[in-house]
Design a protein. Structure first.
Length: 94
């Protein structure tokens, strides 16, 4: 495989991990396992939120409200996996 393709795939994988971390930390704050008094976790959460919210907000505009269940991260991860597979399939290998 081309090294540029490998780099792009690693960036996509890293972004997927950021989405997972954002979801897990938001659940832990929501269920009061983590406290907002811990400034390191609050800053980590805010940083992850700033990195993941633009595409998630775009998806949230088009999906219906499911009564407190946010499926936007699942949809975003599925879209990322689809784009990753398309990138692998159609990348010209020389």
């Amino acid at each position: 495989m081309n090294s540029l393709l490998n780099f792009l795939l690693r960036v996509v994988d890293f972004y997927t991990l950021l989405i997972f971390a954002y979801v897990v930390i938001s659940w832990l704050f929501h269920f009061k396992v983590l406290s907002f008094n811990n400034m390191f976790l609050v800053r980590l959460y805010n940083g992850l939120k700033k990195m993941t919210d633009p595409p998630l907000d775009y998806i949230r505009r088009y999906i219906p409200n499911l009564g407190g269940i946010d499926i936007a991260p699942v949809i975003l991860i599925l879209i990322i996996y689809l784009l990753k597979d398309l990138l692998i399939e159609y990348w010209p290998i020389n």
